[in-house]
Write a protein that binds this ligand. Sequence first.
Ligand code: XIL
Length: 380
Amino acid sequence: MPREIAISRIFSLTLCAVIACGGSDSGPTVPAEKTCQQDPSQSKCVTTPPVTTMLRSLAAAKSRSFGVAVDATFFGTNPAAYDTVVAHEFNMIVAGNVMKWSSIHRDGRYQYRWTNPDAMVAFAQANGMKVRGHTLAWYQQNPAWLTSTTWNPETLKVVLKEHVDSVVGHYKGKVAAWDIVNEAINDGSGTLRTTGSPWATTIGPSYIDLAFKEARAADPATQLFYNDYNLEFPGVKQDSAFAMISGMKARGVPIDGIGFQSHFQVNADGTGVPSKDVLVATFNRFAALGLKIHITELDIRVRTPGATSAELSAQTQGFSNVVSACLAVSACEAIVVWGLNDGESWIPGTFPGYGQALLFDDSFGKKATYNAVSAALGGS
Ligand code: XIL
């Protein structure tokens, strides 16, 4: 077992002795300090505010999950700083990368890398967190053995089914919801995204139904989601997703929910962040199809350096809008932020000149964005 995984496992048990574990988020307010005194044998006892002030407790009190995406570069490598905050604040976890094809199925058709995702799932179980699985069919982050082979529709269908069976089956009973298909729709035109996608180019649009059906068979209890970005505002892409999912429903394809990635950008002219009303209308539109709503990859980026105070306040307002909109729609059951702190965020690398998109700074300090989320969840 790699050293960092071993540390992660040991730490998850220690941490669990310090905070309320096992999924009980909404119990009485017990200051963690007192819990530590009750168990002085815990050498890594962490002093924290009362548990009911944590985002996970506030969310649980509203029957919601509040989650975070973690990256293997950070998760498990510095448990005292990183994993502690993850377990204290969140009751849902998702792998930023290690459940994607390019990681979990990197080495060859019959070889899987379970170590890192298994450690994350074990950590979630030890700390009373739900798991979101991400993702099973995407046009990005596919392994070379897959993209460099010439498949025909029938052989590639078999490969996709094998992957879904293996991965969903491996985590059967342990993953609350899976992003089955990710980003299948083009921006602008709203047509099927084919560029870079072995699935769409070789199999065609039927790969989507196939992946959902196979996932249902592999784990009948997990919730099956379509996940995409730029669906939050009304427009062609949202209409296209609505038509696609309506068609799936009409064909009897099993789909339980839609994930709104919610990667927002504060623009200088004040646009970019949806209002609560726009989000509520969007969520209600899809909830009317019988779908659960998850906000799956929330971050709100601002210009760096030099965001103005108006831009920063638009950012905090944006977090507040998202949380309030989710609380206003009963089908909206989870909100997940895409990374714990600004230092690990994918934003600066992908959107140069932008960043500071999350709830914690690089030293794990709570930002104004954290306070906005906490207040929107009903905290002080
Ligand atoms: C990102 C990860 O955060 C990065 O570490 C990685 O280099 C690229 O992918 N939409 C998605 C996520 O569905 O999987 C992406 O995650 C961000 C955009």
